[in-house]
Ligand binder design. Structure first.
Ligand SMILES: [Mg+2]
Ligand SMILES: [Zn+2]
Length: 163
């Protein structure tokens, strides 16, 4: 695979606030314990990097922005923190895609729509067959299908016990 795209919540990180599906602010999330070690197996490269390696990206539905739980800036900042901790470096520009819209708004970017995956593929200039999307929800699997790329469940990628 030339590019591996990750969902965030339920894939890389989990919310530490009971009964709340996603973090609303810093201090409300943790990486799954297997994430750092697994990601360290790869030689990650940024878009437009001349080096050989594997591209990375995040595609995250952040409906909490649309609902008004937190700002788009906060959502992106929390995802940058997540990448920093998971991958061990700051995410390059254009490697984080979010949908800040409420569900059922017909925005076109919210997974299962494939726009966020398409944007990341375009950023790296790779074709769908060269891309793997890793996620934990049916909407993730469907988004990969709609984008024409490969899909793997997070529990398989990270060798976790399935929910
Ligand atoms: Mg998820
Ligand atoms: Zn959207």
């Amino acid at each position: 695979m030339k590019l591996i795209i990750f969902d965030a919540d339920g894939t890389l990180r989990f919310c530490t606030v009971e009964g709340q599906p996603c973090p609303n602010r810093s201090g409300e999330w943790e990486l799954y314990p297997d994430v750092k070690e697994k990601l360290a197996e790869y030689d990650w490269v940024s878009p437009n990097s001349p080096e050989h390696g594997t591209g990375y990206g995040i595609a995250s539905n952040q409906g909490g922005v649309g609902v008004g739980y937190f700002s788009e800036e906060t959502a992106i900042s929390l995802l940058k923190d997540t990448v920093r901790e998971a991958f061990g470096f700051d995410p390059a520009e254009g490697t984080i895609e979010i949908c800040p819209h409420v569900p059922y708004s017909g925005c076109g970017c919210r997974k299962p729509d494939p726009l966020m995956l398409h944007n990341l593929m375009n950023k790296y200039g790779v074709s769908p067959q060269e891309v793997l999307f890793v996620g934990d929800r049916d909407a993730d699997e469907k988004a990969a299908e709609n984008a024409g790329c490969n899909f793997m469940w997070a529990y398989k990628f990270f060798c976790r016990e399935p929910d």
